[in-house]
Ligand binder design. Sequence first.
Ligand code: 5GP
Length: 208
Amino acid sequence: MIRNLGTLFIISAPSGTGKTTLLREIRLKVPKIRFSVSFTTRKPREGEEDGRDYFFISREEFLKGIREDRFAEWAYVHDNYYGTDGYMIDNWLSEGFDVLLDIDVQGARTIKCRYPFAVTIFILPPSWEELERRLRLRGTDPEDGIKKRLINAKREIAEALWYDYLIVNEEISQAVSEITTIIMSFRYRTKNRLNFIRPLIEPEILGA
Ligand code: 5GP
């Protein structure tokens, strides 16, 4: 029995780019995709739910997780720890599910080393002015927090060059449709369709 492995998609974007909204839409729109819920020591924002947006844990629990090698990657971003559960990703991929990771550029680099076939997608804001406007509009960060996020955004955007795909989030529905197209196109790759071809050709041709 040939088992197709799922594809791992990494999505990164400076905060304020609208990534959370995009990901929410993509999770609704793309069938059978799994979203890796990260662990963080950051406090929940209004409307965020434990287990849906993040697993909100204490600093002590996070440091214990690092010692126990629980994370496929972890990073210190905006004064908080964030980490990805490696066991969950491996299980989903081996079950044939596509997996979506919402992680920063440091995490993306680590995951790309560990999973070289991961597909990387970077979301850009249409302009600096628009990014700053969206961060203020969000109203979730104090002024020094916004400044810190803008400085980080400069550093992060410089890394966008090594990503496989760049999406400009000017208009949400357009960006959702572009990301969906990328994800769906991987599902049609021959290596991901072996289950369909198998009953139609001689087993020895497939080497099965
Ligand atoms: P926020 O606090 O705005 O939800 O996220 C801040 C940054 O942390 C975002 O760039 C987000 O992509 C990143 N992030 C979220 N989860 C993870 C994770 O598990 N690992 C890494 N490396 N970054 C993460």
